[in-house]
Design a binder for this molecule. Structure first.
Ligand SMILES: Cc1cc2nc3c(=O)[nH]c(=O)nc-3n(C[C@H](O)[C@H](O)[C@H](O)COP(=O)(O)OP(=O)(O)OC[C@H]3O[C@@H](n4cnc5c(N)ncnc54)[C@H](O)[C@@H]3O)c2cc1C
Length: 410
């Protein structure tokens, strides 16, 4: 076997790919690893992009870069600024955008997500932003100058965090336009969503709910947006934050089931559209779709920060065993049931959640006061599927153990 054919190729040089490589080393694999990453940057942490970095002039890659552990200083090649374009699982080769071929013995797909585009024609206008990458964040920070009129399309976490940052940065106006009735309604339900809205409005943010974009006016940059309700808003900066799509186009024709993220089994091994499991192809992080027995058998993509670590750990263990030639069936069969967790910071409000709150059909404040600090439980029928707190970190953290027992009994 030649040297190239022994290597592990990780496509996507970000958190999930990095965590997989670290866990491969931890599990004893000392062989070659190549990262192929579309961005020009070494792996970095994304949550600060909508928070500290977005409001702190001068912050850049050094402030958000993940440390590269000593185990990854040897025998690791970084091919950055080049996107994978296609995958041939028979030949075990990934072709990048320059046409260069990257053979592999084992492949890890860690290509994450990208923001959904503006749903209407942008007419090539300047001043329209999205936020996923460091470069996006730096460009948006420059645009969020004091006195700007900022319109944010979308009222999910990223939209709300940008609204808070823009309000703090001294924007003349901050308007959030959303199709939903209440901001963060899908993620946090009506109780917390309404409270988040109240806190934003107290800072001067305006919400235009059950609304959309009808048109844009301006030349060469956007100057006004027209909403579907007919309202016209002054706008120097338009941020599109209406969700994400999985970066899976390069997998077209590979035979993998990549219909909404890459379908994997409990060992993070990719499943083909015909149901066959590929023992040398893995998917991790935001791009992976898998069932979580804590909740049910439905395969889902979950976009929370702790899951690149959890999926990377699992993939690293299984892949190291596969490369050693061990029978991986027992590891793969052990339940993979990570508890999703996420947080969000908006003004002085710190939200912390565990579980899949969006599966709930009802929510209930069980401690504290909604308008101050509180704990909210989320239920699907009688089953606790999530918890979220404003503040009260200790109380929210104590739920970690309460989840596993009753819910895992599915
Ligand atoms: C602005 C922002 C704020 C967030 N805040 C929070 C938070 O407060 N709390 C929380 O829990 N989570 C938060 N998250 C979510 C969290 O950051 C993600 O879950 C995490 O970054 C996912 O890591 P990943 O490695 O799977 O994907 P990504 O970090 O998206 O990395 C994927 C990498 O693959 C690269 N890539 C894509 N296509 C190709 C290709 N064809 N070839 C090669 N490379 C490719 C991409 O350029 C990217 O570098 C936030 C995310 C964003 C964007």
């Amino acid at each position: 076997m030649d040297a190239d054919a022994r290597l592990v190729l990780i496509v996507g040089a970000s958190m999930a790919g990095l965590r997989t490589a670290e866990n491969l080393r931890r599990a004893g694999y000392a062989g070659p690893i190549t990262f192929l990453g579309a961005e020009p940057h070494a792996p970095y942490n994304r949550p600060p992009l909508s928070k500290e970095l977005l409001q702190t002039e001068g912050q850049g890659h050094d402030d958000v870069a993940f440390p590269i552990r000593s185990a990854l200083e040897e025998n690791v090649e970084w091919v950055l600024g080049r996107a994978a374009q296609s995958l041939d699982v028979e030949r075990q080769v990934v072709v990048d955008e320059t046409g260069a071929e990257h053979p592999y013995r084992a492949l890890v797909i860690a290509t994450g997500l990208r923001p959904k585009p503006l749903p209407i024609d942008d007419h090539g206008l300047a001043g329209i932003h999205v936020l996923r990458t460091l470069d996006d964040a730096v460009a948006l920070r420059e645009a969020l100058r004091p006195g700007a009129n900022v319109v944010i399309l979308g009222s999910g976490f990223i939209g709300c965090e940008i609204a808070a940052t823009a309000a703090k940065a001294g924007a003349a106006s901050v308007s959030v336009v959303s199709q939903s009735r209440i901001p963060l309604e899908r993620a946090l339900g009506p109780l917390l969503g309404a409270e988040v809205r109240r806190r934003h409005e107290a800072q001067g943010v305006r919400f235009f709910c059950e609304n959309g974009l009808f048109g844009l006016v301006g030349d060469p940059g956007v100057e006004r947006v027209i909403l579907t309700s007919g309202v016209m808003l002054e706008c120097d900066v338009l941020v599109v934050a209406i969700g994400s799509d999985a970066n899976t186009e390069w997998l077209e024709g590979s035979g993998l089931d990549a219909s909404d993220g890459v379908l994997v089994n409990g060992g993070m091994q990719a499943v083909r559209a015909d149901g066959q499991v590929l023992e040398n192809v893995y998917a991790v992080g935001d791009v992976a779709r898998y069932p979580n027995p804590l909740f049910d058998e439905v395969a889902r993509r979950v976009e929370h920060w702790n899951l690149p670590t959890e999926t990377g750990k699992r993939a690293g263990q299984v892949l190291a065993a596969h490369i050693r030639g061990d029978d991986c069936a027992t590891i793969v069969a052990a339940p993979f049931a990570p508890l999703p967790s996420f947080w969000s910071d908006q003004y002085d409000m710190h939200l912390l959640a565990f579980g899949l709150t969006y599966l709930a059909d009802r929510s209930e404040v069980v401690a504290g006061d909604l308008t101050d600090e509180c704990v909210v439980e989320y239920f699907r029928g009688d089953e606790l599927v999530g918890v979220c707190g404003i503040g009260m970190r200790g109380a929210v953290q104590s739920y970690r153990s309460r989840f596993a027992a009753p819910v895992a009994a599915h």
